[in-house]
Design a protein around this ligand. Structure first.
Ligand code: AMP
Length: 121
């Protein structure tokens, strides 16, 4: 699947639509999910144009990979849900149709602030 420049997260990255920003650096942008499923529901997205995790693994640079993983850790600490300053969280990424992915720009969901419960329905 080729990258769609008109997906909603591409528009957020270009500043064309607003988001409730949590954190930003050279590699990632993080913001609150518009339709939170748990007490805390944040999204962490790479700044590069990657459709999903498979695309990212195959095409991202080592710096981008490190940047995304570090971004998740930074955001978890900022939100007080890391195991260092909170009670932990779940990081999840949906891939493709069967994975339930709706927005075709790689994103990690961070769920926390309460017990997250069953891993899958
Ligand atoms: P997924 O199903 O993994 O692709 O998740 C897409 C997520 O993006 C959902 O949890 C949506 O609630 C969220 N979402 C969609 N539009 C926006 C938006 N404009 N700002 C923040 N989150 C959004």
């Amino acid at each position: 699947m080729s990258y769609d420049d008109n997906n909603i997260f591409a528009k957020i990255l270009r500043g064309e639509i607003p988001c409730k920003k949590i954190y930003e650096d050279d590699f990632v942008l993080s913001f609150h999910d518009i339709n939170p499923q748990k007490a805390i529901h944040a999204l962490v997205i790479p700044k590069g144009k990657y459709v999903d995790l498979d695309d990212f693994i195959q095409n991202a640079s080592p710096e981008e990979m490190t940047g995304l993983l570090k971004g998740i850790n930074i955001v978890s600490k900022k939100l007080g849900i890391s195991t260092e300053n909170g009670n932990g969280y779940r990081a999840l990424t949906n891939i493709g149709k069967d994975g339930g992915q709706e927005v075709p720009h790689l994103h990690f969901h961070l769920f926390g602030g309460e017990k997250i419960g069953k891993m899958v329905e």
